[in-house]
Design a protein around this ligand. Structure first.
Ligand SMILES: NC(=O)c1ccc[n+]([C@@H]2O[C@H](COP(=O)([O-])OP(=O)(O)OC[C@H]3O[C@@H](n4cnc5c(N)ncnc54)[C@H](O)[C@@H]3O)[C@@H](O)[C@H]2O)c1
Ligand SMILES: [Fe+2]
Length: 369
């Protein structure tokens, strides 16, 4: 860990049961675009609830798809244009896909080409808009409510882009754990493991600092203690609260470090094999943990707070933890050949997130051999 460091996160966080009613206060009279999904009846009720509490939105944009693609984002921008005059604020009620879409809308307004040109390196950030966002997460996993980047998927070209700039930190994050009560088991599992991955990835990271690591240790311990119990009792509000808080802390941790190798590897599995994000970015965690042992004293110390002093044993425990939740830790179980997996590791290490990883190529290839 560096001797000198800084930690910054400008998002105003409001947490608690019923907190969604604070949208009105945070809007402070500004007109707004309400952004959410249309694939689940719970979101019809949420649109009604926010509209009643906070006043009618200037425009409602629905149909946000999981893993926002160029095509879906272009459609969201067109829907944003359906209103005469740009709304002043975007209120995003949903999981990572909705909050990431909000960041793209905040930068693009009605013109997605503006963001596409930026993502493809053709323009600078000063060509983008900068609308404020109020993020109301309905999953406990991505931490997108406290990060300044959005994942954009070019599914046709099988490429993943990141819209990443401090302009796109939400202005407010409103976490209401009650909104997560209806999440089915599989989504509870994948989003919980996404948060665990954020926590661990911010620890074995060249950008780690004492504040991010402190948040990450809290988050990882809490997720490992809570998630298996929550999966047995999906309607337990106290456990939902603990997961929402742990996911927030993981978000605060990786908001300053970005992710590392497990996420870099996940993009390959999601783009080529359709593996859901939270599983794709977590099944490799035990192998990666094994490969970083002894690389950095601060990293070892943080991991010991989560897994105990014997980190080899801790990596085994993490493997058992995932397997007992029904998550295989073998890449070949996700449809990838062993040879392609070794190629994916090589590519992932060279990717932007892979370069954040403190471990060595040899050690991670040895665990995959
Ligand atoms: N920007 C970041 O910092 C960041 C970090 C991690 C992941 N991500 C991105 O976030 C996306 C994944 O987000 P996600 O895992 O939150 O899921 P998601 O937003 O992709 O949604 C997946 C599904 O969950 C359903 N859903 C969401 N909330 C629900 C609820 N309360 N009840 C019932 N169903 C609900 C939705 O209807 C949707 O069909 C990926 O595209 C990933 O790349 C972004
Ligand atoms: Fe993630």
């Amino acid at each position: 860990m560096p001797q000198s460091w800084k930690y910054t996160n400008p998002v105003n966080v409001t947490f608690g049961k019923g907190a969604i009613s604070k949208v009105r206060e945070k809007l402070a009279g500004r007109n707004y675009c309400l952004l959410t999904y249309s694939d689940h009846p719970a979101f019809d009720a949420l649109v009604d609830r926010v509209s009643q509490d906070a006043g009618r939105p200037a425009v409602v944009v629905r149909d946000v798809e999981p893993n926002p693609s160029f095509e879906g984002l272009r459609a969201a921008c067109r829907a944003f244009n359906a209103h005469a005059g740009t709304p002043e604020v975007i209120v995003a009620v949903g999981g990572g896909s909705v909050i990431d879409t909000a960041k793209v809308l905040a930068a693009a307004g009605a013109d997605f080409a503006r963001v596409q040109a930026y993502l493809q390196g053709e323009t600078k950030v000063d060509q983008l808009l900068r609308l404020p966002i109020i993020a109301v997460p309905t999953t406990s996993g991505t931490g997108s409510e406290v990060t300044c980047w959005a994942t954009v998927w070019d599914t046709e070209a099988k490429r993943k882009y990141s819209l990443a700039h401090e302009n796109y930190y939400p202005e407010h994050a409103i976490l209401d754990p009650e909104l997560t009560l209806g999440i089915p088991r599989s989504l509870t599992l994948s989003t919980g493991l996404d948060a665990l991955s954020h926590a661990l990835e911010s620890i074995w990271n060249v950008n780690a600092n004492p504040v991010s690591t402190n948040h990450a240790v809290f988050a990882a311990r809490e997720i490992m203690a809570t998630l298996p119990r929550l999966l047995e009792r999906l309607n337990d509000l106290e456990l939902r609260e603990r997961m929402a808080q742990a996911s927030l802390f993981a978000g605060l941790a990786f908001s300053n470090t970005k992710t590392a190798l497990a996420h870099s590897l996940s993009y390959y599995l999601t783009l080529h094999h359709g593996t859901v994000h939270g599983i794709a970015c977590s099944f490799s965690l035990p192998a990666i943990l094994r490969s970083v042992i002894g690389k950095n004293a601060a990293c070892d110390a943080a991991l010991a707070q989560i897994f105990g002093g014997d980190l080899n044993r801790g990596a085994g425990d993490l493997e058992v933890f995932l397997t007992e939740l029904g998550v295989s830790t073998r890449a070949t179980d996700y449809g990838v050949t062993h040879e392609n997996w070794l190629g994916a590791i090589n590519d992932a290490l060279l990717g932007e997130r892979g370069r954040n990883f403190i471990g060595s190529r040899e050690a991670i290839l040895a665990t995959a051999a």
